[in-house]
Design a protein around this ligand. Structure first.
Ligand SMILES: Nc1ncnc2c1ncn2[C@@H]1O[C@H](COP(=O)(O)OP(=O)(O)OP(=O)(O)O)[C@@H](O)[C@H]1O
Length: 302
């Protein structure tokens, strides 16, 4: 059984089609990512998974159940960490966890035990009596995550979990998410950080204009849509342009700068190094950002 199965799912807001017939599956234990430019339809798609927003057409199945008819059963197995801070600002860290446990009808003893375990796991024990409004952004996000997994969900949904956090807090968050993955939790995240998606996700999809334009494992997407090795050449000239054309080399011509995508055998790299890299060339590994920009373009959207 798939943990999530989207079959031709469509979401419309009036005349606007935010999600345009998407198909994907998420399997047990997977860390699955949703990427795409602003307005691509990521949030609209994941909101249908947790029943926050009704499906216009198609079918969304979670834990093998239909979201339309079995919303309540599905909801009891989900943990959701939304973009917005949805914590109760007047309550303390610990009270936020305990209050949430009540929605899931957890008995008091179990709730206390679980809250203790999570306070430790997220390094929040010495903040247990602090009010939420006193917390830094990083601590608040950690608490939101702790609360989302309070009732031990089978699927955790994270909408941009590290947006706005400083590098220390982001790394701390990644570290905790990786630990949760090791425990076997299935997770789905949306993010604008390509390094985050590349290091955390087993598989991901890229959306644009409501459609899925690529789907697969990060490494496979890099090989298919960019390359393992990338050369950035400053001061691209006509000779280089002729060379890439004649040798049918995968590249992006950005005017002054050219980005060349080379396979891992090293031949093309060596040739370019010898012929065109007198001064300004940068050799680096291909990454998900290359894939993203190649598929969704470099122009500003708004
Ligand atoms: N409740 C709504 N009513 C009307 N239009 C909406 C609503 N929610 C989203 N949209 C529109 O649907 C499209 C997809 O938006 P969505 O928020 O799903 O994109 P996204 O990929 O999550 O973007 P971002 O990266 O900015 O969060 C956008 O054009 C947006 O304006």
């Amino acid at each position: 059984m798939h943990i999530i199965e989207a079959i031709g799912v469509v979401k419309r807001f009036g005349d606007l089609t935010a999600v345009d017939g998407v198909h994907f599956t998420v399997e047990k234990g997977e860390f699955f990512g949703f990427l795409g430019p602003n307005g691509a339809g990521k949030t609209s798609a994941i909101r249908m998974i947790y029943g926050f927003s009704p499906v216009t057409s198609g079918q969304m199945k979670v834990f093998g159940l239909d979201i339309v008819t079995d919303w309540r059963r599905i909801r009891s197995g989900l943990g959701i960490c939304q973009q917005e801070n949805t914590l109760d600002p007047d309550l303390t860290v610990e009270q936020n966890l305990l209050l949430y446990a009540r929605y899931f009808e957890m008995n008091k003893h179990k709730a206390r035990e679980r809250a203790e375990e999570l306070l430790q796991f997220f390094a929040l024990t010495n903040k247990r009596h602090a009010k939420v409004m006193e917390l830094s952004g990083g601590l608040a996000r950690r608490l939101q995550l702790a609360r989302a997994i309070m009732a031990e969900p089978a699927l955790l949904i994270l909408d941009e979990p590290t947006t706005g956090l400083d590098p220390q807090s982001r790394h701390q968050m990644w570290n905790r998410l990786t630990a949760l993955k090791k425990k076997g939790l299935t997770m789905l995240l949306t993010t604008h950080y390509m390094d985050e998606a590349e290091s955390l996700c087993d598989r991901l999809l890229i959306m644009d204009n409501g459609r899925i334009i690529a789907q697969g494992r990060p490494r496979d997407l890099i090989v298919e849509h960019a390359a393992e090795n990338v050369i950035e050449i400053e001061g691209a000239d006509e000779q280089l342009r002729t060379y890439v054309k004649d040798h049918d080399v995968k590249h992006d011509d950005l005017g002054e700068r050219m980005i060349v995508y080379a396979a891992s055998d090293g031949n093309l790299e060596n040739d370019i190094r010898d012929r065109f890299c007198m001064d300004a060339c940068q050799f680096r590994a291909g990454n998900l950002e290359d894939v993203f920009l190649r598929l969704t373009g470099r122009e500003l959207r708004e």
